[in-house]
Design a protein around this ligand. Structure first.
Ligand code: AMP
Ligand code: MG
Length: 498
């Protein structure tokens, strides 16, 4: 495996060492095709830290060539553009064949610490899997995916990355006409649970095995030595999914469309659509306006993650060979989730040890947050400023609660718990601020950047990206980005329209 040093590589876009490892799979796994370029494209935004992962010199962002490559009008030597086939369960129902309906994989570039980083153009035109869609993505949803991918990475949450968004004045129809854009996404792989389901439900065991072997050999080589590598794969993906769900819950991230075709076999957050970050805490909150039943509400995410792992287990069953073994692998989910989530919550509360009564303290915390619809991010951030012997300093935290007596009662318990482990204010504050972000991608922040961009001013995207890249830093000069949503934000609705 050739790894590059991303800090010194300084690669030009024209000489990016791209190849397409996925294209080595049999042709039934994809359709080779070229992107449909956007007319008169221009750069909207780009991420230097994403570029660093593939050793790309950021000076390239300003070149016409970079924009051409990222909108699909130029194919780099070595690239084999293709759209992959997959299927999936959507909102709990088997949806049959789906596939990359608007994303085109260009290939993969050597990257430090991984087998390669795939580059994919989302919104690059029609494919055989476009069904009723137009193969395009609008600027609005592309900016949201760009900002959130990079924000999640900075939060330390496994995710696909976004190298850039390129746009065009071409209009397409959604609820209203909107301009189009292409997001250049990156991940070691965009394979989904639905990639396996596709072969299981079409009864093609050879292809199922080919795909599983590809995933194991390329991304989980250590599992090759297991007595049953396919079972080991299921267990590993199950644990990674559980850990990912714990990280989402701990930061208040809601994906919005946790269909099995949006679940990464590498345990990454992928396919950003109608996502949201929890603001006024409501465990039943549904971020996706199209999800009327609340299947993917905040409180549901951990169990939906488990349900999705069951779907994956079903698809891998012919290779695993034993229902009991598959069930045993799925059993790891609950423990993996609980252990990870407990650890994250304890860190969020600044607790050094685990005590039997902690569950009660945390349940009571969520109950008072729910009762007052306290702002999720501000609550944890301000909790870090609490001083054990000085309740008078609690005011900014206390201000988040309509029910002040409920907060006061909980704060008494929390202080007692901190005293029990002789917790010191300063080190606890530092540690808590390293895990409780001050800045997340609130809907109104994204909306402000989008509206400016729709008027041709992309500067707010850059400013917001810079803030979100350091979510744990105080950044006093950017404090306004940590403010509670303005009244108009309550009217914002995010749906599957993208
Ligand atoms: P999603 O739930 O947004 O990840 O998309 C579900 C499926 O619909 C995937 O197969 C997408 O490729 C496809 N899709 C979504 N939007 C479009 C579009 N505008 N054109 C073609 N296919 C699309
Ligand atoms: Mg999808």
């Amino acid at each position: 495996m050739s790894a590059i040093d991303p800090t010194t590589a300084g690669r030009r876009i024209d000489t990016l060492p791209i190849r397409n490892s996925f294209a080595a799979l049999p042709p039934s796994f994809y359709t080779r095709l070229v992107p449909t370029p956007l007319p008169s494209p221009y750069l909207v935004c780009a991420s230097a830290s994403a570029a660093a992962l593939i050793g790309l010199d950021t000076a390239e962002f300003q070149t016409e060539r970079f924009v051409q490559v990222c909108t699909g009008s130029v194919t780099l030597p070595g690239s084999i553009p293709l759209a992959a086939v997959y299927s999936g369960h959507q909102f709990g129902v088997w949806a049959g064949q789906l596939g990359d309906g608007r994303a085109i994989l260009l290939g993969d570039v050597p990257a430090a610490g991984m087998p390669g980083m795939e580059l994919q153009l989302k919104g690059a035109g029609l494919t055989p899997y476009s069904r009723m869609g137009d193969g395009r993505a609008v600027l609005r949803s592309s900016i949201r995916e760009f900002l959130c991918s990079e924000a999640m990475a900075a939060l330390g949450i496994p995710t696909s990355r976004a190298l850039c968004v390129t746009g065009s004045d071409l209009h397409i129809m959604r609820e209203v006409p909107e301009t189009t854009a292409v997001t250049t996404r990156m991940a070691p792989s965009f394979l989904r649970f639905g990639s396996f389901e596709h072969w299981f439900y079409s009864d093609k065991q050879d292809q199922l095995k080919t795909l599983a072997d590809y995933v194991i050999d390329r991304f989980y080589p250590d599992l090759r030595d297991a007595s049953n590598p396919y079972l080991a794969l299921l267990r590993e993906v199950t644990c990674r999914t559980a850990h990912l769900m714990a990280q989402w819950q701990a930061v208040g991230f809601m994906h919005g469309v946790m269909n099995t075709d949006n679940m990464s076999v590498l345990g990454l957050t992928i396919d950003y659509g109608p996502f949201g970050f929890m603001e006024a805490f409501d465990s039943q909150h549904i971020c996706n306006h199209s999800d009327q039943q609340g299947r993917y509400a905040y409180s549901m995410q951990p169990q939906v993650g488990h349900w999705n792992c069951h779907a994956l287990a079903q698809a891998l069953l012919p290779l695993i060979g034993s229902v009991d073994d598959a069930k045993a692998a799925l059993e790891y989910y609950k423990g993996a989730f609980a252990e990870k989530f407990d650890g994250l919550l304890r860190a969020k509360l600044g607790l050094q040890s685990a005590q039997p009564e902690d569950d009660k303290l945390m349940d009571a915390m969520f109950a008072i947050m729910q009762g007052s619809h306290a702002d999720f991010t501000s609550f944890f951030r301000r909790l870090g400023d609490l001083q054990v012997d000085n309740p008078a300093a609690d005011e900014p935290l206390r201000d988040l609660f309509i029910d002040r007596p409920a907060f006061d009662a909980w704060a008494v318990q929390y202080r007692a718990r901190l005293k029990q482990e002789n917790s010191q204010d300063r080190p606890r504050r530092l540690a808590m601020h390293r895990v409780n972000p001050k800045y997340v991608l609130r809907n109104y922040l994204a909306q402000t950047a989008i509206e400016k961009a729709q008027n041709g001013d992309f500067s707010e995207i850059d400013r917001l990206l810079a803030v979100l890249e350091k979510p744990f830093d105080e950044q006093p000069e950017n404090h306004r980005y940590a403010e509670l949503p303005p009244d108009w934000a309550s009217q914002l609705e995010v749906s599957c329209s993208s």
